[in-house]
Design a protein around this ligand. Structure first.
Ligand SMILES: Cc1cc2nc3c(=O)[nH]c(=O)nc-3n(C[C@H](O)[C@H](O)[C@H](O)COP(=O)(O)OP(=O)(O)OC[C@H]3O[C@@H](n4cnc5c(N)ncnc54)[C@H](O)[C@@H]3O)c2cc1C
Length: 395
């Protein structure tokens, strides 16, 4: 008889990546334990966290296929029809739009808590998935035949494959001895929502000022998601600014683009630390989501990469099952790791390099920024590459 704590797969972390990974594997019939510190009540109704996630077309397709999309309320899905990148107060911009893509939008914005809720709801009815909530993993180890996960309660779970989706500061990754390339930008992101008089025409704006950036992401109606990145030592003052002063600062920096701006709700703060694991696989172990690649949010690829990775790993596992191969075999996890590195390495290092140029305010760099926008605007292959990242293969 099977021990109730022996599973086929253990996934650590029921964030958006861990939940999506569980859903991508749910119809294999494998017995999967999803181990999460938070409670089921929080997973069922995750609180707002200020993040509005820009989803690519590939992600939207995957979410439809996985039965997640139908759980996202229509009024929480906001299309992005165009994007404009500005350097400083200059009115010159690098523009991207849907021309030639055959698509009505570049991508869509969905609040992070709605993605988490939808992913959780999509698991309903799969009796082979067990969510072990309020359970913190305290230790993990693997050998040639199995992975062993010890919970803070002292309980031990085993499985031939363990997947860690426990955030960019993954403790499982460290315990497995996997080094990580970590870039602490010494900066923070402040996110919030604002209403405005002007019409954003479903256009996303990214403005690079001398030592801070301001992104305006279009929600439905005259409302936007605001993302400010700034040196960490200035963040507390901006978080504490009275709403009127905050409104005035944003309004001033946007010029007359949106008219009067009004903060609605809370401001949320995130440290800007990017991480890239030295390997995404080890014996009977795979890294997933931010635990594998923790992106700087400016290019909006973190969850998109995590969801794509969940799809790749699920495909490798399905193939192993079809061929009668052990699902935790090195060939399976290594194939996933190789494909996910190919999908992410250029985006990760390219994003960090771009952030480096656009947050360096030495005079030569300021000139390079302005020049960079003009050069990029006249480089159709570059613009096609960026657009294709958003709209998928059809672009
Ligand atoms: C400001 C901002 C804007 C962003 N915008 C975008 C965007 O536009 N597009 C995009 O694609 N991405 C975006 N991202 C990135 C995206 O939010 C992340 O990539 C995504 O949330 C990561 O999901 P995850 O499941 O890998 O990790 P997490 O969300 O960090 O979840 C990890 C889970 O593991 C659990 N956990 C951790 N340790 C343990 C343990 N020991 N035991 C049990 N459970 C544990 C945690 O409780 C948590 O539930 C943005 C990020 C930020 C900060």
């Amino acid at each position: 008889m099977k021990n109730k704590n022996n599973y086929d797969i253990i996934i650590i972390g029921a964030g958006p990546a861990g939940l999506s990974c569980a859903r991508a594997l749910a119809d294999t019939g494998l017995r999967i334990a999803l181990v999460e510190k938070q409670s089921l009540a929080t997973l069922a109704a995750p609180p707002l966290d200020g993040r509005d996630i820009a989803l690519t077309h590939d992600s939207m397709h995957l979410m439809r296929d996985l039965g997640m999309w139908k759980h996202i309320p229509k009024n929480e899905i906001s299309p992005i029809r165009a994007a404009k990148v500005f350097s400083g107060a200059s009115s010159y911009f690098l523009g991207f739009d849907v021309a030639g893509t055959g698509k009505a939008e570049l991508g869509c914005l969905v609040p992070n808590n709605e993605i988490r809720r939808a992913a959780y709801l999509s698991l309903k009815g799969f009796r082979n998935i067990t969510i072990r909530d309020k359970a913190e993993v305290s230790k993990i180890s693997t050998d040639d035949v199995r992975g062993t996960v010890v919970l803070a309660s002292g309980e031990t779970l085993t499985a031939p494959l363990v997947i860690a989706a426990d955030s960019r500061f993954s403790a499982a990754r460290r315990q497995m001895g996997i080094p990580v390339d970590m870039k602490d930008f010494g900066r923070a992101a402040i996110v919030c929502r604002m209403t405005h008089d002007g019409d954003h025409a479903q256009t996303a704006y990214e403005c690079f000022f001398d030592d801070w950036t301001l992104a305006i992401l279009p929600l439905q109606g005259k409302k936007s998601s605001i993302v400010i990145t700034l040196p960490a030592d200035q963040a507390d003052a901006v978080m504490a600014m009275p709403a009127a002063a905050f409104n005035a600062r944003i309004e001033r920096n946007l010029g007359d683009r949106m008219g009067t701006m009004t903060l609605t709700g809370n401001r949320y703060i995130y440290p800007l630390v990017a991480t890239y694991a030295a390997t995404f696989a080890a014996p009977r172990f795979a890294l997933m989501g931010d635990a594998a690649v923790g992106m700087h949010p400016v290019t909006a690829h973190g969850y998109n990469l995590g969801l794509g990775g969940a799809h790749i790993l699920a495909q490798e596992i399905r193939q192993a099952l079809a061929m009668g191969i052990d699902i935790g075999a090195p060939t399976v996890v290594d194939a996933y790791a190789l494909k996910q590195r190919r999908a992410s390495a250029f985006l990760y290092y390219g994003t960090n390099a771009m952030v480096g140029v656009y947050t360096d305010n030495r005079p030569a760099m300021l000139a390079l920024r302005a020049l960079g926008l003009r050069v990029a605007n006249h480089l159709p292959p570059f613009k096609r590459y960026v657009t294709r990242q958003l709209t998928g293969k059809a672009a």
